[in-house]
Write a protein that binds this ligand. Structure first.
Ligand SMILES: *[C@@H]1O[C@H](CO)[C@@H](O)[C@H](O)[C@H]1NC(C)=O
Ligand SMILES: *[C@@H]1O[C@H](CO)[C@@H](O)[C@H](O)[C@H]1NC(C)=O
Ligand SMILES: *[C@@H]1O[C@H](CO)[C@@H](O)[C@H](O)[C@H]1NC(C)=O
Ligand SMILES: *[C@@H]1O[C@H](CO)[C@@H](O)[C@H](O)[C@H]1NC(C)=O
Ligand SMILES: *[C@@H]1O[C@H](CO)[C@@H](O)[C@H](O)[C@H]1NC(C)=O
Length: 650
């Protein structure tokens, strides 16, 4: 798991050509920087115009790295001696934030370490590539030098391996190059294939989008054809060249995109077919649209926002009919924000209607707009919000119905606990992490949940986790963009100290709660069940004690001790402890948590001691000057097991 072991077991190959004219190497920091190439000569003169143009170029690349496209090329300067051409390419599956992080690291590292005075450079990281030169290289396919790096371990099932790998890579190349060649179209594809019942291969190919599909195909096939013989049958390989790259592993090292990215404008359907299908549809759509517009013109004029909200609107009569007048029999439970009823709409759709408690002070318009935003969030690990009802005093949110209750229902019952075996729990952990990552990074708005806990993790018919109640802190709390609030939403035991004591929240608030969730899933215990009036020991200090003592496996829920993966369990405990560290900055982001969950080659730091809410500790951390803080803390420490959603000290 540590960095040196990763390097030690990696065999690195450098394609022979250009070896002599370039001083180059595969970096020691394998998890981040993969390789770089920097000419020995020529160098630019320090403090020259070229250097200042280069610095300009690098900062321009860095500041354009949060674009959705994941690729950007630009030029600084006008005339040959001082003109600089540069581009970056981010791995096709990473979010704009990750892309930006990677590119800004790359621009800094290149001039500081790899190529301080080089007139040109190419630098490859795990998630991005950076390249610049005094000569134009845009739109040209460059496939030298080639780098290969293979995992030392062999795959044991060998007979069909080469064939499956070959087909998979062929398919990826076909998908990445596609049938279309519009400029700027993403040339990226991932594929998975099973080589045995327990082993799957995952591959990724990508070209810079400035080259044609033809060149992309040529680049990738050339790269693949030259894989060194000693790489054959290995558990993983990385191949890099300036215009294209490819990688495969026996674990899923990339993020699955829920929907194809907008920039990938490709499909294998020919344009002729598209026209044949699209024309009649388009004609009828236009006709329909005209009829619709005429109808609307005679009605009152509405803003697009209003129209959108209307499609989310349920009337109270419909919901009453669906839920048998909100009968006691239909009641699913009472959550932090109100009571939830099961219902069936007239079209057979099952719903869960949540009647919000009346103390949301938000105005109707604000509420509608908030719901419209939340309804747009769609992810397989989030409970889908269908719409809302707003009539008189009633505010009701209408969600998809998720049949298998919530995680706490299973964890709090010794019989049900047994149903959740280790592989289910591990799957649930991964799903929760992906759902939170979507809220944090992938949806158009950053949503901080602020109340993640086992009762907010619902389970569908296949026991996939779905996060509920996301965004409700926005409706009940205040503006999230300030990321600092005096109203605390959240549940005692799940919220980190900086939020409990100072009302400060950030994505790291959710990371903390995720850590607690993880420990609860592992231990099969509720964090709050550790809080007895005099016991100073809670789940965190219990987990920390075992971690420090090297007895982590003793934390494990006794009902799953018969079958579990020791590696996975240890990794989960390690991640959990990283998440609950006192300093929010040291807690990992969801993005790196997912990486750590999916791969044991990702280096993980040693966790610092967790944030523990001991009364004495809380007091010493209190700022003396702010008198209002003491009220908040005393309320907090006297609440036991209860949701403190409604605690709004002032
Ligand atoms: C090689 O692959 C195995 C299986 O994926 C992985 O556990 C190991 O960490 C890899 N080693 C390197 C050096 O990447
Ligand atoms: C370049 O400029 C920096 C700061 O402006 C200065 O410290 C440095 O000595 C200069 N280097 C050369 C070689 O002129
Ligand atoms: C980016 O590259 C394209 C060719 O792929 C070129 O036409 C365009 O001018 C470049 N953009 C800049 C800003 O240099
Ligand atoms: C780039 O720099 C090299 C080395 O100084 C020089 O030989 C070459 O002509 C330059 N290219 C352009 C287009 O200026
Ligand atoms: C992959 O594609 C190339 C060229 O299209 C072909 O020659 C080769 O046989 C294919 N390999 C596999 C394993 O399908």
């Amino acid at each position: 798991m540590s960095l040196p072991s990763v390097k030690a077991s990696m065999t690195t190959f450098l394609f022979l050509s250009l070896l002599t004219s370039f001083h180059s190497k595969i970096s020691e920091a394998a998890s981040v920087n993969r390789a770089y190439v920097c000419p020995k000569e020529p160098n630019f003169t320090p403090n020259s115009t070229y250097q200042s143009n280069l610095n300009h170029l690098l900062s321009s690349l860095s500041s354009n790295a949060n674009l959705e496209t994941g690729f950007y090329n630009t030029t600084v300067g006008h005339n040959p001696p001082n003109i600089v051409y540069g581009l970056f390419l981010c791995r096709g599956d990473v979010t704009p934030n990750v892309c930006q992080d990677c590119v800004s690291t790359a621009t800094k590292d290149t001039v500081q370490h790899y190529c301080p005075t080089g007139i040109e450079a190419t630098v490859w990281y795990d998630k991005c590539m950076l390249r610049y030169s005094n000569e134009s290289f845009f739109s040209s396919m460059i496939d030298l030098p080639k780098y290969y790096s293979c995992n030392d371990s062999k795959i044991t099932v060998l007979d069909r391996f080469d064939q499956i790998l070959g087909t998979m890579i062929n398919d990826s190349v076909t998908q990445a190059t596609g049938a279309h060649d519009e400029p700027g179209a993403t040339k990226f594809a991932t594929k998975e294939a099973s080589i045995s019942s327990s082993i799957k291969l995952y591959s990724l190919v990508q070209c810079t989008p400035d080259i044609s599909s033809y060149d992309c195909d040529k680049c990738l096939r050339g790269l693949i054809a030259n894989i060194p013989f000693s790489c054959s049958g290995k558990q993983g390989a990385i191949a890099l060249t300036p215009s294209c790259n490819f990688r495969y592993e026996v674990y899923q090292f990339y993020r699955i995109l829920d929907t194809p990215p907008p920039r990938s404008g490709k499909s294998r359907i020919s344009s002729l077919t598209i026209i044949a299908i699209v024309t009649p549809i388009a004609v009828s759509m236009v006709l329909l649209a005209m009829v619709y517009c005429l109808q609307r013109m005679s009605a009152r004029k509405k803003s697009p926002m209003e129209e959108e909200n209307e499609s989310l609107l349920f009337d109270l009569a419909t919901l009453k009919a669906a839920t048998n007048k909100f009968s006691e029999d239909n009641k699913l439970g009472k959550g932090g924000f109100g009571e939830v009823y099961k219902g069936i709409l007239s079209n057979g759709q099952e719903i869960a209607a949540k009647m919000l408690s009346k103390n949301s002070t938000q105005g109707a318009e604000e509420f509608k707009n908030e719901v419209a935003i939340l309804a747009k969030l769609q992810h397989r690990n989030l409970v889908r919000l269908f719409g809302f009802c707003l009539e008189g005093e009633e505010k009701i949110l209408v969600y998809e119905y998720v049949p298998n209750k919530s995680l706490d229902y299973f964890l709090n019952d010794p019989e049900k606990q047994r149903i959740l075996n280790w592989s289910m729990r591990y799957k649930i952990i991964g799903g929760i992490a992906r759902g939170i990552l979507y809220l944090h990074e992938d949806s158009r708005l950053r949503i901080i949940h602020r109340d993640l806990k086992v009762s907010n993790i619902l389970l569908d018919e296949n026991m996939n986790p779905k996060i509920s109640d996301f965004g409700l802190a926005r409706i009940f709390g205040n503006d999230q963009t300030l990321e600092n609030t005096h109203k605390i939403a959240g549940t005692y035991g799940y919220i980190p100290p900086e939020y409990a004591m100072y009302g400060q929240f950030s994505i790291k608030t959710d990371v903390f709660s995720f850590g607690i969730l993880l420990l609860e899933i592992l231990c099969g215990k509720k964090n709050t069940s550790f809080y007895t009036s005099d016991a100073a020991e809670n789940l965190l200090s219990y987990a920390w004690k075992h971690w420090r003592g090297g007895t982590s496996l003793e934390l494990l829920d006794p009902t799953i001790r018969d079958s579990y993966s020791e590696i996975e369990v240890n990794r989960c405990i390690h991640i959990a402890l990283l998440c609950v560290q006192e300093n929010p900055a040291e807690r990992p982001t969801m993005d790196s948590i997912i990486l750590m969950l999916n791969s044991d080659s990702v280096p993980m730091l040693s966790p610092q001691p967790p944030a523990v809410f001991l009364q004495s500790r809380a007091q010493t951390n209190m700022p003396e000057s702010e008198s209002d803080q003491s009220t908040r803390k005393s309320i907090l420490l006297s609440v036991d097991e209860a949701s403190i959603t409604e605690v709004y000290p002032r």
